[in-house]
Design a protein around this ligand. Structure first.
Ligand code: CNA
Length: 332
C-alpha cells in the first residue's frame, strides 16, 4: 500500500518533510477569479474567440505578437497583477514557509499571487516570467511598469481613437529606437512560446532535483507545457497532486497521492488534517478586488504591493538576465 493524504498531512505536522517543493499552475489562481488556459468554457483559450486568433496559443506566440499585439494586451488587461488577491492555496504555501518547511515554489503563473500572499522571493521560481520587466522587442530599451500601465489604461489611451479596444498598446519611447515611426512594440518579460525560460529555473533544477526535495506538491496544472511539465518526474520523493483532473503520471508511483477536486476546498481539508486553519488569514476580504473599493485602499494596497514586488523582481531579474540558455518553453 502506498501513502494516503492523511499520512502526508501527519508527515507535515510532525515535520517529517522539511524540504517541500510546490509545482503549480493556473488552477491555483482560478479561485481568485483569474481564468486558467484549458478549463472548458471558463478557460482563457475558450474565451479568446473574440480575438480571432488562428489558434489559441497564438496569443503567446512572438511572431503573432509582432503582427497583432492587441491579442496579448487584451489578455494582459484581464490578467494584470494588482486586480486579484491570493487564494487559500497561495495562503497554504505561505503556511508551509512559516513552518520552515519550504524548499521551493516552481510556478507557471504570471500573476505574482504567491508573492502577494507573502512567499519570500528566495523560494520563488517564476518559470514563465512575469509582468515586472518590459522591453522593446526591437531595441531592447526597457519600460517601467508605471509606463506600461499608463500606455495600457492612461490618458493617452483614453484620448486615442479606441475603436472598441479595451486597452492601449505600449510602444517604445527610446528616441533612438530602431522603429523610428511608431516606436517598437514593448513586451513584458513573460516567456512566450519559443523563448528561453529564465536561467534561475534551470539553476534551481540543478540545486533541488532529484534529491533535495522530500515532498512534491503539484497543483492546478495540466502539466502540458514543457519543460515545466517534467518537473514532477524529476523527484525521488512522495508526490501529492491537488487538481480537478488527473495529470501527468502522478498516481502511477507507489508514493503518489491524487486528490481530485477544487484545490482551495481540498487544501482546506488537508490543512485540517495537519491541524492548521487558513481562516485567520482571511480578514483581507474577498478574492477578486471589487472595482467599487476605490476609497477603501483594497486596490491601492494591492497595487502598492505589486509595485514593491515589481521593483524586487526587476533587481533579481537584472542579475539573472545575462542568461543565454538554449532551453525553450515548448508549446503543448
Ligand atoms: P492550464 O493548462 O490551464 O491547466 C490548469 C489545470 O488546473 C487544469 O488541469 C484544470 O483542470 C485545473 N484547475 C483549474 N481550476 C482548478 C481549481 N479551482 N481546482 C483544481 N484544479 C483546477 O494551466 P497550466 O498552468 O498548467 O499551463 C501553463 C500555462 C498557463 C503557463 O504558461 C501560464 O503562464 C499560463 N497561465 C497563467 C495564469 C496565471 O498566471 N494565473 C493564468 C492562465 C494561464
Amino acid at each position: 500500500m502506498g501513502l494516503t493524504m492523511e499520512e502526508i498531512a501527519i508527515g507535515i505536522k510532525e515535520k517529517k518533510y522539511k524540504n517541500i517543493a510546490f509545482m503549480v499552475g493556473a488552477g491555483i489562481s482560478t479561485g481568485a477569479g483569474i481564468p486558467d488556459f484549458r478549463s472548458p468554457e471558463t478557460g482563457l483559450y475558450a474565451n479568446l474567440e473574440k480575438l480571432n486568433l488562428p489558434y489559441p496559443e497564438a496569443v503567446f506566440d512572438i511572431d503573432y505578437f509582432k503582427k497583432h499585439p492587441e491579442a496579448f494586451y487584451t489578455l494582459a488587461d484581464g490578467l494584470y497583477p494588482g486586480k486579484y488577491s491570493p487564494t487559500k492555496f497561495h495562503k497554504f504555501i505561505k503556511k508551509i514557509q512559516d513552518a520552515g518547511l519550504l524548499k521551493r515554489v516552481y510556478t507557471q503563473n504570471i500573476d505574482t499571487l504567491e508573492r502577494l500572499a507573502g512567499v519570500d522571493e528566495k523560494y520563488m521560481i517564476e518559470a514563465h516570467g512575469s509582468f515586472a520587466k518590459n522591453f522593446c522587442i526591437e531595441c531592447k530599451h526597457s519600460m517601467s511598469v508605471e509606463e506600461i500601465k499608463e500606455a495600457m489604461w492612461g490618458e493617452d489611451f483614453e484620448k486615442s481613437d479606441k475603436k472598441g479596444k479595451k486597452v492601449g498598446i505600449p510602444r517604445c519611447k527610446n528616441k533612438i529606437c530602431k522603429n523610428k515611426k511608431q516606436g517598437g512594440l514593448v513586451k513584458p518579460s513573460i516567456v512566450f512560446f519559443g523563448e528561453q525560460l529564465p536561467k534561475s529555473f534551470f539553476q534551481a533544477l540543478e540545486d533541488d532535483l532529484p534529491d533535495e526535495v522530500d515532498l512534491a506538491i503539484v497543483a492546478g496544472t495540466s502539466l502540458t507545457v514543457q519543460p515545466f511539465a517534467s518537473l514532477p518526474t524529476m523527484v525521488n520523493c512522495p508526490r501529492i497532486l491537488f487538481n480537478d483532473e488527473r495529470v501527468g503520471n502522478i498516481g502511477r508511483k507507489r508514493n503518489d497521492v491524487v486528490v481530485i477536486g477544487d484545490c482551495d476546498e481540498k487544501i482546506e481539508e488537508f490543512c485540517k488534517l495537519i491541524g492548521w486553519s487558513l481562516d485567520e488569514e482571511e480578514e483581507e476580504g474577498s478574492n477578486e478586488t471589487e472595482e467599487t473599493e476605490e476609497e477603501g485602499g483594497g486596490v491601492e494596497a494591492a497595487e502598492e504591493k505589486v509595485e514593491e514586488i515589481a521593483k524586487e523582481l526587476e533587481k533579481v531579474e537584472l542579475e539573472g538576465d545575462k542568461e543565454d540558455d538554449k532551453h525553450d518553453k515548448k508549446g503543448s
